[in-house]
Write a protein that binds this ligand. Structure first.
Ligand code: ADE
Ligand code: ZN
Length: 349
């Protein structure tokens, strides 16, 4: 196992920004900045219930997950055409590449769009073209994960999967997101079983606001390969042991947890505890346009708030992000080698 060289604490922010990393939990609709929401509203003739960018931004004062989702779905209503989806994803990927994100696995919520009459092909073609262009022009690797909205029915999820069938080669997996409490993973057991037969990767949000029982059922009923958030696992010792033993990654989102009041303060976040328990934790931005920061901001703020996090944790988190990704093994190893080189350089400076 690589041991990172000693690095002074005041050099951590530069290291966190410079280190190559993967982002595994980003909702592309959550990267829509208020300026882009207004620009797309104007381009598409969509009326918004906010008078200005500033007024919209002032509404980003959330009390819990649902209070955020109401505004997030309203923001996504400006997306109508393939070019809109392209522009949104391209903007995120340009930003991510600047932050030394070398690989992103991007969630999208097709039901948010198909329910408004936007075609599945419009959504997927726009997002997929943005990923292909970003790879060619920015050198960042990116793939798509289709998320089912858990507040909607199983039948709606099956219909969504059916609509996505012609594009099976353009996304790598499925996830489960939206309002967690009251919508346990069991509701989607049969849809996930079908997706597994189709050879898709499986992930699910669980244990963001919901109980550890939802994490157990995401694993045992859905067959999830990664757990999105999962921070409530600390309340169940047997679950913590299982996650560590089976190396099931958690895609943790510190600023999201702060803004949605999962933790009252970032200094109370349990990221260090998860790492110390041997879990494969990663850091991610979730919905960066809404939660006050992209990936590097999530890293720097959580490291500033938790002084116990050190350079070894930084290396572990970036290493985990590659280990937990769905990229081919040779590619994951190549990124991990680049990570080791980056740490060696920073120690020498
Ligand atoms: N959709 C977008 N962000 C989400 C989150 N943090 N939890 C559940 N669903 C989401
Ligand atoms: Zn999420």
């Amino acid at each position: 196992m690589f041991t990172p060289p000693p690095i002074a604490r005041d050099r951590l922010p530069a290291l966190l920004a410079a280190m190559p990393k993967a982002e595994l939990h980003i909702h592309i609709e959550g990267s829509l900045e208020p300026e882009m929401i207004f620009a797309l509203a104007q381009r598409n003739g969509v009326a918004l219930p906010y008078a200005s960018v500033e007024q919209l931004r002032r509404a980003y004062d959330f009390s819990d997950l649902q209070s955020f989702l109401d505004i997030y779905y309203a923001g996504a209503s400006v997306l109508l055409h393939e070019q809109d989806f392209y522009d949104m994803a391209r903007a995120y990927l340009a930003r991510a590449a600047m932050e030394n994100v070398v690989h992103a696995e991007i969630f999208f919520d097709p039901q948010t769009h198909t329910a408004r009459g936007v075609g599945m092909e419009t959504v997927i073609r726009g997002l997929h073209r943005a990923c292909a262009d970003a790879r060619a022009e920015l050198g960042i690797s990116a793939s798509l994960i289709l998320c089912f909205l858990r507040h909607l029915s199983e039948e709606d999820a099956f219909a969504t999967l059916e609509q996505a069938m012609p594009f099976l080669d353009q996304f790598i997996g499925v996830g489960l997101d939206s309002s967690e409490v009251g919508h346990p993973p069991e509701k989607f057991a049969r849809v996930f079983a079908r997706c597994r037969e189709l050879g898709l990767h499986l992930v699910a949000h669980a244990g963001e606001e919901g109980p550890p029982a939802y994490i157990w059922s995401a694993l045992d009923v859905l067959g999830a390969e990664r757990i999105d958030h999962g921070v409530q696992a600390v309340h169940d010792t047997a679950l913590m042991r299982r996650l560590a033993d089976e190396r099931i990654a958690l895609t943790v989102c510190p600023l999201s947890n702060l803004k949605l009041r999962v933790f009252p303060q970032l200094s109370q976040h349990n990221l260090k505890r998860l790492l110390d328990a041997g879990l494969v934790a990663t850091v991610n931005s979730d919905d960066p346009a809404y939660f006050g920061g992209y990936l590097n901001q999530n890293f720097t703020e959580v490291f500033a708030a938790l002084p116990q996090l050190d350079a070894r944790d930084a290396w572990q988190l970036a290493h985990n992000s590659f280990a937990a990704s769905f990229a081919p093994e040779a590619q994951r190893r190549a990124w991990q080698d680049r990570l080791a080189e980056c740490f060696a350089q920073h120690a020498g400076n």
